[in-house]
Design a protein around this ligand. Structure first.
Ligand code: ADE
Length: 261
């Protein structure tokens, strides 16, 4: 099986070593399912001060990441000839979601992240970039957390990264809806009981209960997700039982989408 490959250009490599050195991602790297190479932008500077940023032309506050070290880093990394998608992380990018995670996870190319800093990066860097991605409508101090969010969410979709019993395919967000409620021992805590069905051992009924609760939660908390979700016949039946009006709206929206395809 081919490993999922990521390259990261950053001025804070330690952030990556800390996060990738723990838990599931650490195990995936050890098992060679995941290959993350982190490059320190400072190693691609020329002057003796190893300067990565400079004052903005036109004045104003804050520093701007320089183009030359980024260009040198890209050239050096691309020297191995591997195919790559170059992704600039910035709040101006396309908003990241589970569909993008799935697309990245099936890509045969390595993904190379350029982590910007919040003050900005020389605009001309964008001419070397294939995609610009944001992880949400808020401003982070840099792209490092965004890169880790993407590496984490893509990696867990790769076969073998999660154990069989934690397979990402089981997670309801992969169908576009919220997860069902989870419980573990004790079966009663301060008067709060675990639903009897989960103690029944009836796997078919448990599955149906979980699916119903996942749909119920999505209806309550994120009805917008249901309009885009991948629902099957059984799901429509569950939805009809929970909320007949919403069921009609959602089925109409889906039918319209199918007709437009
Ligand atoms: N850098 C700063 N803010 C960001 C965001 N929201 N997404 C991706 N990169 C960023």
């Amino acid at each position: 099986m081919k490993a999922m490959g990521f390259d990261v250009i950053t001025i804070f490599p330690e952030i990556f070593h800390a996060y990738l050195g723990e838990s599931i991602l650490k195990r995936a790297i050890q098992r060679r399912l995941l290959d993350v190479r982190v490059y320190n932008l400072r190693d691609f500077t020329t002057g003796k001060h190893r300067t990565v940023d400079d004052y903005p032309y036109g004045g104003g506050s804050g520093m701007v990441l320089k183009i030359e070290p980024v260009y040198n880093a890209l050239n050096s990394i691309k020297g191995d000839g591997a195919e790559r998608t170059v992704v600039l992380l910035s709040p101006q990018g396309k908003t990241y979601n589970q569909n993008m995670a799935e697309t990245f996870s099936t890509s045969s190319k390595r993904i190379l992240f350029i982590c910007g800093r919040y003050e900005g990066i020389d605009e001309r860097v964008r001419s070397f970039v294939d995609e610009e991605v944001s992880i949400g409508d808020y401003v982070l101090t840099g792209g490092e957390l965004a890169a880790l969010v993407i590496i984490d969410s893509v990696s867990r979709l790769m076969q073998g990264v999660l154990g069989d019993d934690e397979s990402a395919k089981e997670e309801s967000f992969t169908w576009g809806i919220l997860d069902y409620p989870h419980y573990t021992r004790p079966s009663e805590f301060m008067g709060m009981r675990v639903p009897d069905i989960l103690l029944s051992g009836n796997h078919k009924e448990i599955w149906r209960w979980r699916r119903t609760e996942a749909i119920r939660r999505t209806l309550q908390k994120r009805p917008d997700l249901l309009r885009k979700a991948r629902l099957n016949e059984e799901d429509y039946r569950i939805l009809k039982g929970l909320c007949p009006d919403e069921h009609k709206n959602i089925q109409n929206t889906h039918n319209m989408e199918v007709e437009n395809e």
